[in-house]
Structure formats: C-alpha cells, structure tokens
Design a protein around this ligand. Structure first.
Ligand code: NAD
Ligand code: TYD
Length: 351
C-alpha cells in the first residue's frame, strides 16, 4: 500500500494520525486532505511539513467533483477519513453544516473510492473514523457501549455521524467496498481546539476566566489520550478485518465536575497559584439541549482481537496535555484570535 489520503489531517485527531503515519511509514506517501475550516490548523502539521512523504491538499469533501478529480490524479490506495464537523454545541445551532460535511462529504468520498477502485479492490481500504456518540446515552452504570449496541443518536452531531457510518456499511454490503469503522470515546491531548471541555477549561484557567459547567456537571465522559487513539487507528488500518467495527476507549470515565476540579488542582500547581484559586472560577450554566448523560466504551474487542491497549494512564496524559498548552501559548493565542487562519496564505497558497 503506497498512497494514503487522510482527511481532516489538519484537525485535532487527524494531525496526530498524520504525524504517526508520516514518521512510522516512510515508504507511504501521505496526503493530508483538509478544507482548513475554523478547526483545521496547518501549525498542527508543522513538524512533518517538510518530510518527503508528506503532501497537503486543500480541498472540501462536500465538493464531489474536486474529490473525484483528486482520486483520478493521485490513485489513492487507502482512505483514513477523519474530516468532520465535530462539536456538539455547533451542531445544535447549525445542523445543516453537519449534514453537508459529515453525511454528504462522506458519501462523496465513498463514491470516489467506489469509482476509482472498481475492479481493483484488492489491497484497498476505506477506514471511517467515528464516535461512540452514535450509540446515544447510558443510564445503567453497569452498561457499556459494545459494537453490537443499537444506534440511538440524540444530537445533530451524533445523528450525522450515525448516518455516515450507515452509508459506509451500505457501500461495503452493496458494492463490496473494503471498509472498516471505529467508534471512539472522547479524546484529549495537544492540539485540541479550545471549544471542547478540557482545552477550554485550560485556556480559561490561564486567563482567569469563568469555567462554564453545563447543568450540574454530572454528565460522564470516557476519556482517551489522542496519541493512543492514533495508535489504535494505525492498528485497525493495518490489522482490522474488512467490514468490521471496533470500539476504541480506555475504560476511563469521569464526571465533568470531578474532571474540572482535577484540572483546577493541576493548573494551580503548574501556575504557582495558591491551592483553591481556580475552582472559584467554576460557573454552573444552562445545560446543553439534549445533553447525553453518560458515554462508556467496552474496548475488549480491539484489545483481544488486535492487541491494542492504551499506553497512558489519565494522570500522565492530563499532565502532558496541560504542559503542552502551557508551552504552546502562541498556538493557543493564535487559535483563539483567529490568526492561525493566515498560515495557509503565508506558507502554502500558490504552491
Ligand atoms: P476537529 O474538528 O479537530 O478537526 C476536523 C478537521 O476536519 C479540521 O481540520 C477541518 O478543517 C476538517 N474539515 C471539516 N470540514 C471539512 C470539509 N468539508 N472538507 C475537508 N475537511 C474538513 O475534529 P477531531 O476532534 O479531530 O475529530 C476527527 C474525527 O474523529 C471526526 O470524524 C470525529 O467525528 C471523530 N471523533 C472525534 C472524537 C473527539 O473526542 N474529538 C472522538 C471520537 C471520534
Ligand atoms: P465536549 O468536549 O463538547 O465533548 P462531547 O459533548 O462531544 O462529549 O463536552 C464534554 C462534556 O463537557 C459534555 O458533557 C459537555 C460538557 N461541557 C461543559 O460542561 N462545559 C463546556 O464549556 C463544554 C464545552 C462542555
């Protein structure tokens, strides 16, 4: 397998996947295909940008003709599809943007793969990266999401991801496209856009701003370090069985309010502030509409069948994450001011 296209490679998880593949597989040509929306940031790829096997393509997956032309030009052997609108709160205010990118964009990629791989599916692979949110919410503390759990999406974001998962399965069943899907729990780590819980709290603590906790802060999320997700993606891309689904998670559930308290404690220590300073910034705000109560992944299938397991304990991962944000103040300032969006014009436009 030689030419891989990674969609959404300038985003949070995609940039870690791009880095891992560019460095680990020098004989692969890696094409990072990204529209550079507000969430796409080429500074995330700076360290691999001059590698001979790295290529950047600015393209929007909702543009079917462009996607088709790119498949014709590059003859990709594999697709790792991460491009998406990814924030639940944004999906509540603008659901159609999620339909366009997550549903139509995914179908455009499936169409291009089906057309250009026709009669030569051997060795090809279409890997769709999805979320545990497609399974809905859990109430019974003894229950976990399994690969066999019925889909029950409740937000426009999870509905759009569920729809894209269904299309990927449909292309496998109907056209024999060699697909694989993973559904992962909440990620955290470096390069996470500060609209999501952990980086938003880190950013606000640094700047002494209120820490908005939705509702009573009792919702539970299951957190996985982003590099462990990227390692799982590498494992599934190479060893996962065609047509299968694998859930990815680290058995690491946290109530939001407990996690925010922990972040306050770590940040006070790191910033040399007296213990108890940052918790005073916690502000309970109106709950998110349709807020899913609990997500929790049973990751036994990928662990037992493919031998993947998380490499980091949460305490270690959070420490690395906090350190990264403190050491990358410019990154944080650029994304919060919008300055990072000038990066493409300065470094890539006209190439
Ligand atoms: P992100 O929002 O950080 O990045 C998304 C990337 O996709 C950005 O670089 C953006 O520019 C690009 N993009 C958006 N619309 C595009 C379009 N129309 N055409 C081309 N590129 C476009 O997202 P993320 O958190 O890195 O998530 C990546 C994938 O992983 C998504 O599919 C998401 O559903 C899935 N996922 C995320 C999490 C999580 O906790 N963040 C957990 C499980 C699964
Ligand atoms: P988020 O990071 O948006 O991920 P997701 O909604 O996809 O799980 O939110 C994680 C949890 O944190 C979720 O229960 C909503 C909550 N939350 C807050 O309480 N305050 C915030 O400012 C944000 C962004 C999220």
């Amino acid at each position: 397998m030689k030419k891989l296209v990674i969609t959404g490679g300038a985003g949070f998880i995609g940039s870690h996947v791009v880095r891992l593949f560019v460095n680990k597989y020098p004989d692969y040509q890696i094409y990072n295909l990204d529209a550079l929306t507000y969430a796409g940031n080429l500074a995330n790829n700076e360290d691999v940008a001059s590698a001979p096997n790295y290529h950047f393509i600015k393209a929007d997956i909702t543009d079917a003709e462009h996607i088709d032309a790119l498949f014709a030009e590059h003859q990709f052997d594999g697709v790792l599809h991460l491009a998406a609108e990814s924030h639940v709160d944004r999906s509540i205010t603008d659901p159609l943007a999620f339909v366009r990118t997550n549903v139509i964009g995914t179908v455009n990629l499936l169409q291009a793969a089906k057309k250009h791989w026709a009669g030569k599916m051997e060795g090809k692979r279409f890997y769709h990266i999805s979320t545990d949110e497609v399974y809905g919410e859990l109430h019974d503390p003894k229950e976990f999401f399994l690969e066999t759990t019925s889909y029950d999406p409740r937000s426009p974001y999870s509905a759009s991801k569920a729809s894209s998962d269904h299309f990927v399965r449909a292309y496998h069943e109907t056209y024999g496209l060699p697909t694989v899907i993973t559904n992962c729990s909440n990620n955290y780590g470096p390069n996470h856009f500060p609209e999501k819980l952990i980086p938003l709290m880190i950013h606000n603590i640094i700047h002494h701003k209120p820490l908005p906790v939705y509702g009573k802060g009792e919702n539970v999320r299951d957190w996985l370090f982003v590099i462990d997700h990227a390692r799982a993606i590498d494992t599934v891309f190479h060893d996962g069985k065609i047509g299968e689904t694998y859930n990815i998670g680290g058995f690491n559930e946290w109530k939001n309010i407990d996690l925010v308290h922990l972040l306050c404690k770590i940040m006070d220590e790191k910033l040399g502030r007296p213990a108890g300073t940052s918790v005073q910034l916690i502000t309970y705000v109106t709950d998110r509409a349709g807020h899913d109560l609990r997500y929790a992944i049973d990751a036994n299938k990928i662990m037992k069948e493919l031998g993947w397991e998380p490499s980091l304990q949460f305490a270690e991962g959070l420490e690395k994450t906090v350190n990264w944000y403190l050491e990358n103040e410019k990154w944080l300032n650029d994304v919060t001011s919008g300055d990072y969006q000038k990066y493409y014009e300065k470094n890539y436009a006209g190439r």
